[in-house]
Design a protein around this ligand. Structure first.
Ligand SMILES: Cc1cc2nc3c(=O)[nH]c(=O)nc-3n(C[C@H](O)[C@H](O)[C@H](O)COP(=O)(O)OP(=O)(O)OC[C@H]3O[C@@H](n4cnc5c(N)ncnc54)[C@H](O)[C@@H]3O)c2cc1C
Length: 407
């Protein structure tokens, strides 16, 4: 694109931060605007439920680039400003009373926590976790004399539970399904997380629904469908996120569980792209659209979108990857079990001792794999999932080295 051109990146998160970096790295020398409605420079969210929440990582560590980077790279930063009024035919975007004309635009508007009305409407102390301010607020409650109820046994809920237990709080986790993380991991591996939290004294209640919530003094009381109730100083709600599609939707772009993009991350308008949590991208390897709500995807899609915005015809083919840290358990996961589920889980290593690998097999192909506390295994896990078709009997035989499973 020419020097006089303008590219606008909407959203001040990780995908946006990596996209502006990628644009300058690729030699784009034109006007580059980054619009974000938070007041912070683009930052990474994983520490907000881990090291930062536990007061182990300082705030400086969460930012994608140091403060001087944006000026050095001539990025026109518009923080604390919501982008509104996107007109894709006119190629304009309304930002804080100004109309910006653009040639190409990237939507990296991310996602927001799904709200639980019954908790919000009760007037009880309720927190969600998405921003630095959310993390600061929860952090204030992490003291030994405090009690937390976490609604939702997903990644965020369990990480908050781990941080709170580590700080000495009493913690109850309420999960609607029979096990936490059941939809992602299946029952075999979900049990690892049940044991982990049980062993640390978390009161994990599964197969229960919250049917009521009220404020009692400064505290919250939630009522469950089994008739019991739990009291807490703070209710933390972690029941998933929803993509922030409103700008795209109002502009008439195709939206279906996120902004629909092709394998080049291009939306239904040829000059508009989307990346990160908000993008429901066609994945050529998996052969279907997929919206991924993870850190690695924001980094990699932001970087690839920078190149496709500049005219490259490269496709985004990276397999989904995510990680978690809870107490002394670290885990990395690669791949994706499709809507049809899996037929078998192959476990290798010491599952009770929490040093092992797991592979999900569907129709004789490995579709996902992970390791727990076995850090050298991530590369073989990635190779095996990428290959898909491997010698399954060798995989099932824990004595066979990785080279015997995949070349
Ligand atoms: C507490 C927490 C812990 C996490 N831990 C992990 C983890 O351990 N591992 C992992 O893989 N993933 C983790 N994730 C997920 C990961 O952080 C997200 O996938 C990633 O942040 C997505 O980046 P993004 O840039 O797409 O979106 P976001 O980070 O949501 O950023 C989007 C930004 O755009 C802004 N915005 C939206 N609309 C507008 C508008 N109209 N105008 C201006 N600005 C706008 C938003 O306010 C936001 O700042 C975690 C997430 C959270 C919240």
């Amino acid at each position: 694109m020419a020097e006089r051109d303008t590219i606008v990146v909407v959203g001040g998160g990780l995908a946006a931060g990596k996209a502006v970096e990628g644009l300058r790295d690729s030699g784009y020398g034109g006007h580059l605007v980054l619009v974000g409605d938070e007041h912070h420079l683009p930052y990474e969210r994983p520490p907000l439920s881990k090291g930062y929440l536990m007061d182990q990582d300082p705030l400086e560590n969460v930012f994608v680039h140091p403060p001087g980077w944006y000026e050095e790279h001539d990025v026109d930063l518009r923080l604390g400003t919501r982008a509104e009024g996107l007109d894709v035919e006119a190629h304009t975007l309304d930002v804080g009373g100004e109309r910006i004309e653009w040639h190409r635009l990237l939507l990296a508007t991310g996602s927001r926590p799904r709200r639980l009305r019954l908790a919000d409407d009760s007037g009880a102390p309720v927190a969600y976790l998405r921003t630095i301010e959310d993390s600061d607020r929860i952090k204030q409650t992490l003291r030994p004399d405090r009690r937390l109820v976490v609604i939702g046994g997903g990644w965020i809920g369990l990480e908050v539970a781990a941080a709170a237990r580590t700080a000495g709080c009493e913690v109850t986790v309420l999960e609607m399904l029979d096990k936490p993380l059941l939809r992602v991991l299946g029952p075999e591996v979900a049990d690892v997380f049940v044991d982990l939290h049980d062993g640390r004294g978390v009161d994990l209640r599964t197969g229960v629904s919250v049917v009521g919530s009220e404020r009692r003094g400064e505290r919250a009381v939630v009522t469950l469908d089994d008739g019991s109730s739990v009291e807490a100083d703070l209710l933390v709600v972690g029941v998933g996120v929803e993509p922030r599609v409103e700008l795209a939707e109002a502009a008439g772009l195709a939206v279906d569980d996120g902004i629909v993009v092709d394998e080049h991350l291009r939306t239904s308008h040829p000059d508009v792209f989307a990346a990160g949590d908000v993008a429901n991208a066609y994945h050529p390897v998996l052969g279907r659209h997929l919206r991924v709500e993870h850190w690695d995807n924001a980094i990699e899609q932001g970087t690839v979108a920078a190149r496709t915005l500049l005219g490259s015809d490269e496709s985004y083919t990276r397999l989904p990857y995510f990680f978690t840290d809870q107490y002394d358990l670290g885990m990395e996961y690669v791949g994706n079990v499709g809507p049809e589920g899996y037929d078998e889980v192959v476990l290798r290593g010491d599952v009770p001792g929490r040093v092992f690998t797991a592979f999900w097999v569907a129709k004789d192909r490995v579709v996902a794999g992970m390791h727990v506390n076995d850090w050298d295994a991530i590369e073989p896990v990635r190779r095996i999932v990428t290959a898909g078709k491997v010698d399954l009997s060798a995989l099932r035989d824990a004595a066979t080295p990785w080279e015997g499973v995949v070349g």
